[in-house]
Design a binder for this molecule. Structure first.
Ligand code: ADP
Length: 385
């Protein structure tokens, strides 16, 4: 790698996660090149350079690799084979392509976790409708049952719930059953969904952030509450599991481990993302060093910053209210509360339910932070004009 002061970082993807990585990279004076098909993507306003090309264009990746010391990515649904060829030629890709390949496919991810003794819901690959029917037996998964496309899912797209035997076919076909690989999972009767951001450095050192409690609306993350309102025992269990997951998926950088807490006090891993995560945005104001800073530190070989929570912190997402040119409303009013921090991703177009920004609020107690965050979320709106 080149001199510490002139490290060059390539980021595949110029969405909000890429943008927030750049904000941290620039604080350290690093040079950033972004690869994204949209010349007006959120990163475009602050990236030193952008290669505007499709994510499946191998030449664009070669161009990117030739310009930088290390390549990272902000989403996992990329052509791992293209990155693999770069890694084989000696380019540095973090997190590693091997772990990306396993994580990309929900079935291979679950298998790897299960083989390593990580607690996860029971799961099975589906060949046809008859297999789902058999799994619906009361001594198997029963109903409701979760069906998941093994590839490309995000924000619940790619999932379907089979409520009873009569909607097996509709659920299977809605996910492109027969053409797409599909996995069934037992439906977890959870009391809370939590996630933990964890980071690993080039030297193998690891840091584990506190568990965050997440609630979703329309299958999209809505609120993240930290500290999670779970017992100390669950905090310990979840933190140990996140640490073990980091052993299973070798790889440098920030990861997110999403988990279910069940009624009987079990902690089951739902899924792992090899990148900073929406449920880790609270770390920007909430922790001494945030998930993006520690990602940049990890991939450039620097020691980690402190992952402790400063104060109870709540993050709420700002989703597009309607379609059209993005318009931000309510900022003046929301900022009457000095503990409110609004993040606007800079997407030129709003779409209904598109992630357009988020708000973080901290306070002396978690209850107060929730109240002030919910209030701010009512005031700030991003509309389509
Ligand atoms: P995505 O990759 O689209 O984020 P997930 O697999 O994380 O999809 O599922 C999205 C949401 O669906 C989860 O946050 C959870 O609320 C619900 N979910 C997923 N798997 C299960 C399951 N096995 N049992 C119950 N709910 C589930």
């Amino acid at each position: 790698m080149s001199d510490i002061n002139r490290k060059k970082i390539g980021i595949v993807g110029g969405g909000q996660l890429g943008k927030m990585m750049i904000l941290e990279a620039k604080r350290l004076g690093f040079y950033v090149v972004t690869l994204d098909p949209d010349k007006d993507c959120p990163s475009s306003s602050i990236s030193d350079e952008q290669i505007t090309a499709d994510f499946d264009n191998p030449h664009a990746y070669v161009k990117l690799a030739d310009k930088v010391d290390v390549i990272t990515y902000e989403f996992e649904h990329i052509h791992a084979n293209i990155l693999e060829r770069l890694a084989e030629k000696g380019h540095v890709v973090y997190p590693s392509v091997q772990s990306l390949k396993v994580i990309q496919n929900k079935y291979s991810q679950n298998r790897r976790l299960a083989e390593n003794g990580i607690p996860i819901p029971r799961f099975s690959l589906i060949d046809n409708i008859e297999t789902i029917r058999r799994l619906g037996a009361p001594d198997k998964f029963g109903y409701p049952m979760m069906l998941k496309s093994t590839l490309g899912g995000y924000d619940g797209k790619g999932n379907a719930v089979v409520v009873s035997e009569s909607d097996i076919e509709a659920a299977y076909l809605s996910l492109g059953g027969g053409d797409n690989q599909i996995m069934a999972e037992e439906f977890v009767d959870y009391t809370a969904e939590i996630s933990i951001i964890a980071c690993r450095g080039i030297d193998g050192s690891r840091v584990i952030y506190p568990p965050a409690e997440n609630t979703h609306k329309h299958s999209i993350l809505d609120t993240t509450i930290v500290p999670a309102r779970v017992s100390d025992k669950i905090v310990k269990k979840a933190s140990e599991i996140a640490d073990r997951v980091m052993e299973v998926f070798e790889g440098v950088g920030t990861f997110c481990v999403e988990m279910f807490v069940t009624r009987s006090g079990e902690v089951l891993v739902n899924e792992v993302a090899p990148r900073p995560h929406n449920s880790g945005h609270y770390t920007i104001e909430g922790c001494f060093a945030n998930q993006f800073e520690n990602h940049i530190r990890a991939i450039t070989g620097l020691p980690f910053g402190c992952v402790k929570l400063r104060q109870p912190t709540v993050m709420v997402n700002l989703l597009g209210e309607s379609d059209g040119p993005a318009k931000l409303l309510g900022l003046l009013d929301a900022y009457k509360d000095p503990n409110v921090h609004v993040h606007v991703y800079g997407k030129s177009k709003s779409k209904k339910l598109r992630k357009m920004g988020h708000i973080t609020v901290f306070a002396n107690t978690v209850e107060e932070a929730i109240e002030r965050a919910v209030n701010a979320q009512k005031i700030v709106k991003i509309t389509g004009g």
